[in-house]
Design a protein around this ligand. Structure first.
Ligand SMILES: NC(=O)c1ccc[n+]([C@@H]2O[C@H](COP(=O)([O-])OP(=O)(O)OC[C@H]3O[C@@H](n4cnc5c(N)ncnc54)[C@H](OP(=O)(O)O)[C@@H]3O)[C@@H](O)[C@H]2O)c1
Length: 323
């Protein structure tokens, strides 16, 4: 088997490919031959050693995968060699073969391509959790999505549209704004060039109802100030690097709410509730309410280069690695 290894925390260029024997499934595990593994911002944080959970090297990054079951361990029921499965496992997905606890696997719905399925769990579960559990969005409301051309951003547009909201997408480049429009955003804002607060308020006809913020930095306060009465700001992440400090008078004004979104930790601690959430997402994909985008496909050995593209804001939408 081949796997990507982070030998020391640092830039993604330090990642290496290591060959070794195929894993053998322990009790309760199966071995999956990976066909596609998703790339997410959190992988870059693990590799840099800057995520809130610090994993000492050496380790194999990669938090989601799709593949075929090739070996079944003792005590595993309901899974057989050849089954097509997906998993969101935190670490270890960037490999040709991975031993995974059987209860961490979900069958891939028929008709959903491997690459699309491998790129959707983290982004779509985060977006669905944000807009149905940490804020509730109702039909006719306006949702401003920051970083709208990224993984969480595109998923948030899709989810908000499925819930009947009008979407204003904010991103840095014309290409990302075009992707956001293609996903269903009615309005776009080039937030590095335009006045985010003024433009969002204008487009929403007064103030926006919900902000989805996976970016942080200077845009968060402008987005908070764009919220109308009873508006909600969902804090998902800090891709821009800076963790903003917000003036609480701006939360008080207009009866606004700031909601933290920690889907990752919630999912780890609440397996049954996460299974329900994933079921809702996959159900909405199956019946055509959600439209997860086709990711860029790159070979496993390109893991470091793909993370570099992501960190330099060149990556559009999602990418998967194929062993
Ligand atoms: N809380 C949770 O449970 C949870 C779950 C999933 C992800 N997250 C977090 O959400 C954030 C986004 O994740 P993602 O997978 O969607 O990432 P992504 O695909 O890379 O998208 C992030 C977007 O942030 C924007 N950005 C602004 N400044 C940036 C900078 N200096 N470097 C990189 N990107 C920058 C980019 O859009 P523009 O170029 O258009 O500005 C980029 O498209 C990350 O912080 C991640 O850790 C949190």
């Amino acid at each position: 088997m081949r796997r990507i290894v982070c030998q020391e925390w640092g830039p993604p260029e330090q990642l290496v490919v290591v060959e070794g024997p195929d894993p053998v499934p322990g009790p309760g595990q199966v071995v999956v031959a990976v066909t596609a593994a998703g790339v997410n911002f959190v992988d870059a944080l693990f590799v840099a050693g800057t995520y809130q959970i610090k994993v000492p090297p050496p380790f194999t990054p990669g938090s989601e995968l799709v593949g075929r079951v090739v070996a079944v361990g003792e005590g595993v029921a309901g899974l057989a060699v050849g089954d097509r499965v997906l998993s969101s496992l935190g670490l270890g997905a960037w490999a040709s073969h991975v031993a995974v606890p059987a209860d961490a696997l979900t069958p891939v719905p028929t008709g959903l391509p491997d690459d699309v399925a491998a790129a959707l769990v983290q982004s779509y579960c985060t977006a669905w959790f944000t807009l149905t559990r940490r804020s509730s969005v109702t039909a006719g409301e306006s949702v401003l999505v920051l970083g709208a051309g990224g993984g969480v951003g595109l998923a948030a547009i899709d989810v908000a549209r499925a819930l009947g909201a009008t979407v204003i997408a904010a991103a840095s480049s014309p290409e990302k704004l075009a992707d956001a429009r293609a996903m269903g955003a009615e309005h776009v804002i080039a937030y590095e060039d335009e006045d985010l607060k003024a433009r969002a308020r204008e487009l929403a006809g007064g103030g926006v109802d919900v902000v989805v913020d996976p970016v942080g930095g200077r845009h968060t306060e402008a987005a908070l100030r764009a919220l109308g009465p009873f508006g909600r700001l969902a804090i998902i992440g800090f891709a821009a690097g800076d963790i903003p400090r917000l003036p609480t008078n701006q939360v008080l004004l207009n009866n606004r709410t700031v909601a933290g979104v920690d889907w990752g930790a919630w999912a780890m601690r609440n397996g049954a509730a996460q299974a329900d959430l994933l079921g809702e997402v996959l159900g909405a994909v199956a019946d055509g309410r959600l439209h997860p985008p086709t990711p860029t496909v790159r070979p496993l050995a390109d893991a470091g280069a793909v993370l570099r593209d992501l960190l330099d804001r060149r990556l559009r939408g999602k990418a998967v690695l194929t062993p």
